[in-house]
Design a protein around this ligand. Structure first.
Ligand SMILES: Nc1ncnc2c1ncn2[C@@H]1O[C@H](COP(=O)(O)OP(=O)(O)OP(=O)(O)O)[C@@H](O)[C@H]1O
Ligand SMILES: Cc1cn([C@H]2C[C@H](O)[C@@H](COP(=O)(O)O)O2)c(=O)[nH]c1=O
Length: 221
């Protein structure tokens, strides 16, 4: 294919996952900067959130003094927010050839609502298929650390939000679910040892990202 007919490479969808306080937000800027240095246009976003509607839903779900709601309502609100986010932000960015970098996505729903709230994998899988069709992240960086480390860091950051008030057993389930999902899909997940210092975490993230980018078809051509 010559220069004039060369197609724009497709956008890629990268998610960052992990339990409370492991350092997802702290590493989002680092990842976005690294990608931009590779001349990639990055759309940085988060869940729940990313659109005015989804950010309003986030308030209902995450705020410490949020009104009580049932577990099923929580799951449905998360997918309502995800539909808005996908249709208005994620899919348009990907179709422009941008890379979407999202702080949490549906792996969080499998962990928190599917297993943490015990609503089951099947309910999440059904909603995932309905709302997302075949769309899944291309790469998921799983920041993994013992629950005690994550909660200690979250506590140093400030008051616990609605989810952070759950029990240690709840967070243990979240961690185990993420690890099981990473083991089941090794081609998509990269596990990062988030118990290390921030510099070490970022060095591991950079190595994984560089390796992943090198094996993309457009990098090989
Ligand atoms: N590797 C690290 N070592 C020590 N402290 C860290 C590390 N990474 C992040 N922190 C600190 O831990 C706290 C939690 O980090 P951060 O908010 O990035 O986590 P998070 O995974 O986004 O949390 P949450 O899911 O609860 O929003 C922050 O105060 C941050 O500065
Ligand atoms: C996407 C998603 C998120 N959650 C929970 C997990 C966290 O406690 C909050 C988001 O807060 P953070 O500061 O951005 O970590 O929402 C969830 O339960 N299910 C989900 O699908």
């Amino acid at each position: 294919m010559n220069e004039t007919t060369k197609q724009t490479p497709p956008g890629r969808f990268i998610t960052v996952e992990g339990g409370e306080g492991v350092g997802k937000s702290s590493n989002m800027d680092f990842i976005a900067d690294y990608l931009r240095k590779q001349d990639i246009t990055v759309c940085r976003t988060r869940e729940p959130g990313g659109t005015p509607f989804a950010e309003a839903v986030r308030e209902l779900l995450v705020k410490r003094d949020a009104a009580p709601l049932t577990d099923k309502a929580e799951l449905l609100l998360i997918f309502a927010a995800r539909d808005s986010h996908l249709q208005d932000v994620i899919l348009p960015a990907l179709s422009r050839g941008e890379w979407v970098l999202c702080d949490r996505f549906t792996d969080a729903t499998y962990a928190y609502q599917g297993q943490g709230r015990k609503l089951g994998e099947a309910a999440v899988a059904w909603l995932e298929q309905w709302i997302q069709g075949e769309r899944r992240p291309d790469l998921t960086l799983l920041l993994d650390a013992p629950v005690s480390i994550g909660l200690e860091r979250a506590d140093k950051r400030g008051e616990r939000d609605r989810f952070e008030q759950e029990t240690v057993q709840f967070f243990q389930t979240i961690r185990e679910t993420y690890l099981e999902r990473a083991e089941a899909e090794p081609e998509r997940f990269r596990r990062i040892d988030a118990s290390q210092s921030l510099n070490q975490v970022q060095s591991q993230i950079q190595t994984e990202l560089a390796q992943w980018i090198r094996q993309l078809p457009e990098a090989l051509s």
